[in-house]
Design a binder for this molecule. Structure first.
Ligand SMILES: [Zn+2]
Length: 64
């Protein structure tokens, strides 16, 4: 019974220390890939907030 708890704790520790950081790194990469530089003001905005205008990304602030 105690052995099972130790094994379970080890599995949780392995998941926490090895698998979770990998997912965080993946997310960071994904975020940086989705960021584009505004052609007008040079601000980095997420792809969702940028508007593609004649092949260049323009942020919503510059569209106003
Ligand atoms: Zn801009």
């Amino acid at each position: 019974m105690l052995g099972k708890i130790i094994i379970f704790a080890l599995i949780v520790a392995i998941i926490y220390f090895f698998i979770v950081p990998k997912f965080r790194k993946k997310d960071d990469k994904k975020d940086s890939q989705n960021f584009v530089e505004c052609e007008k003001c040079g601000t980095f905005v997420s792809l969702d907030e940028a508007v593609l205008s004649s092949g260049k990304y323009i942020c919503k602030e510059c569209l106003k």
